[in-house]
Ligand binder design. Structure first.
Ligand SMILES: [Fe+2]
Ligand SMILES: [Fe+2]
Length: 305
């Protein structure tokens, strides 16, 4: 492995995270949707931690975190351009446009951020001793968050663009509801958004041609399914999705949020949002988990009184 290039990657990553703080500060200013504002506020705090983590990596690698390089200057220039684009959009006074520009700026910035950490993870596997341990620990702390930053913001960007085009957006985006952390999960979330949109368009009144195209497509899909599985014709896409989710053992957003709340309760870290007191009741922990899931867009009916 080219170790000089690895040093350069670490310094570029640090520069990019430093720029990321400024990008998120400006993006939060541009956000109109309150959920998105809150989401980016959280990512801003995480980016600040990423800077500290990379400074620790620099120390472990004997690198001066302020060392300049041409590549680092280029990273800074790109970051400044993103900031300038958001400011120009804000100055027009068109808040919807500014929010879209901010979404695109964050997606561009997070694409590099995601790549940086993915590459650092691969490099760590080629190292040995203390440097390997330090770099691996850093990647473990950050990689999940970088997945969320990129995939969730891409979802927001797509859906807010669709909203601006008047094309039945799904908000918050399915990436939020499914708490997507992988590329395949992001692709599935996009499909879910497309399905929701086509259902909404059908309800809203399609042309006959479009309807018959859709019904031909669905008929051919059902025929293919019957041919390949020999199952009865009653198999629908919805039940197939449920079955595959069940088979894969994937948990719903509500299940994940309740599990998280229960774990925090056991560790004595769960606090009530209203009183701020420590939560010890199992029932209350479940209620908190369900409420968190609802905030993220999960459709859970309220308990009947
Ligand atoms: Fe980051
Ligand atoms: Fe990030």
């Amino acid at each position: 492995m080219n170790e000089e290039q690895l040093d350069d990657l670490i310094l570029q990553s640090l520069e990019h995270e430093l720029g990321g703080i400024k990008v998120y500060e400006k993006a939060v200013e541009c956000a109109v949707n309150s959920d998105l504002k809150e989401e980016w506020g959280k990512y801003l705090e995480q980016t600040r931690t990423h800077v500290q983590i990379l400074e620790t990596v620099c120390a472990a690698f004997g690198l001066d975190p302020r060392r300049e390089a041409l590549s680092r200057g280029i990273v800074r220039t790109i970051g400044s351009a993103l900031l300038e684009a958001m400011q120009v959009a804000l100055d027009t006074g068109d808040s919807v446009a500014a929010e879209l520009v901010a979404c695109e700026a964050v997606v561009l910035a997070e694409t590099k951020d995601h790549l940086d950490w993915e590459l650092l993870g691969k490099c760590a596997k080629q190292l040995s001793g203390e440097r390997r341990t330090h770099l691996e620990q850093a990647c473990d702390k950050v990689e999940d968050e970088e997945d969320e930053h990129l995939y969730h913001t891409r979802g927001w960007c797509r859906e807010l663009w669709l909203k601006s085009l008047g094309l039945s957006p799904v908000l918050p985006p399915p990436e939020e509801e499914h708490d997507v952390k992988t590329a395949i999960g992001a692709a599935r979330a996009e499909q879910a958004s497309n399905r929701a949109r086509s259902r909404a368009t059908d309800k809203g009144g399609h042309t006959m041609a479009a309807r018959s195209r859709a019904s031909r497509k669905s008929a051919s899909t059902k025929t293919k399914a019957r041919k390949s599985t020999g199952r009865a014709k009653t198999t629908t896409r919805k039940s197939a999705t449920k079955t595959s989710r069940k088979a894969s053992g994937a948990k719903t957003l509500a299940q994940r949020k309740v599990k998280k709340a229960m774990t925090e309760r056991k560790a004595g870290k769960l606090k009530s949002g209203r009183s701020g007191k420590k939560v010890t009741s199992r029932k209350q922990a479940i209620a908190i988990g369900l409420s968190e899931a609802r905030k993220r867009g999960a459709k859970i009916p309220k308990k009947k009184k």
